[in-house]
Write a protein that binds this ligand. Structure first.
Ligand code: SIN
Length: 315
């Protein structure tokens, strides 16, 4: 039997990924060792931990908990500061696209971080995180600030020259996605990543009659399998409303090749793995790659373009 060659590379608005699967920012991508592991892994790209201008310790421990259906976190952006990440990249031989995730605590800080990222030839693209739900004293997720986003992004594109994408929070109303999409459509944005964790979830331990993480009285961002339907819904809606040249990176609830297939069917060009990467480590990328290839083989597809965005309706 002659096997068809199956292409599961990805193209994010011109950025070529050798594999459509990479890590989600935040998970095992903060330290020198973790980033080196990712560079050595099968992942199609490396996304760094969202960084700020100065190092941050993040929120008080315990700040991460997982159960069979998902995870809850309130990390609070612990990171070594942008200079550490740019310095790390400078020292390394880079063999795949690098997405520098940034998450300034103010618009001014974001402008500063974008300027710094522009100065590094090792950064392929910037993933601007407008969706961290865990900042104590800064409870407003900027991605929900419909009034301010447009001005903020307009100023970025006055100086930014790097490919830039935005990591969005989950939206729950069609009108909100339409609104954000129509704002993003006005700018030369390369991609959106949907979705960050679902903000302000609560997981409890009934035996102890207690919350399971310490910061914010136990409230945190929810990830893992339980959020997949929300990720798929956001990808599908953004695929409908965004300009066709803005790629979508799907994130949320992926733990199998079938989950990746579903994200791409909704319109994602590539995917990121968070909770499952935390559980499984870097071997997750090779396993998911094999599972995805098996599905494509069974369906007689030779590339992602055969089914990307082609989800069928029932009428
Ligand atoms: C965190 O560091 O709190 C998580 C980052 C995020 O959800 O964007």
């Amino acid at each position: 039997m002659i096997m068809k060659k199956i292409d599961i590379t990805a193209n994010i608005n011109g950025i070529q990924l050798p594999l459509c699967i990479m890590n989600a920012s935040g998970v095992l991508c903060s330290t020198d060792q973790e980033l080196s592991n990712l560079l050595d892994s099968h992942s199609g790209g490396v996304v760094t931990k969202s960084c700020t201008s100065q190092p941050r310790k993040g929120n008080i421990l315990p700040r991460y908990f997982e159960w069979n259906m998902g995870s809850i976190n309130s990390m609070g952006l612990p990171n070594f500061g942008i200079h550490f990440y740019l310095g790390f990249l400078e020292e390394k031989k880079i063999n795949k696209p690098i997405f520098l995730s940034i998450s300034g605590l103010s618009t001014e800080e974001n402008y500063y971080l974008i300027q710094k990222a522009n100065q590094s030839s090792k950064v392929t693209a910037i993933e601007l995180n407008l969706s961290c739900p865990n900042l104590i004293g800064k409870e407003n997720v900027f991605g929900y600030n419909f009034d301010k986003i447009s001005n903020f992004i307009e100023k970025i594109f006055k100086f930014n020259k790097k490919p830039l994408g935005i990591k969005l929070p989950p939206y729950f109303q069609d009108a909100h996605i339409k609104n954000i999409a129509s704002i993003l459509n006005q700018f030369p944005i390369f991609f959106v990543t949907c979705i960050n964790s679902l903000p302000n979830g609560l997981f409890i331990d009934a035996n102890k009659e207690s919350v399971v993480i310490c910061p914010k009285k136990g409230f945190g961002g929810i990830g893992g399998p339980i959020i997949k339907p929300f990720a798929l819904a956001n990808i599908r809606k953004f695929y409908t409303y965004l300009r066709k040249d803005i790629s979508i990176i799907g994130c949320g609830g992926i733990s199998s090749g079938k989950d990746i297939f579903e994200h791409i069917l909704c319109g994602a060009s590539a995917v990121q793995i968070g909770t499952q990467f935390m559980k499984e480590g870097v071997s997750v990328f090779e396993r998911l790659k094999k599972e995805l290839i098996l599905i494509l083989e069974k369906k007689n597809y030779s590339s992602l373009n055969n089914f990307k965005g082609k989800l069928k309706n029932l009428q």
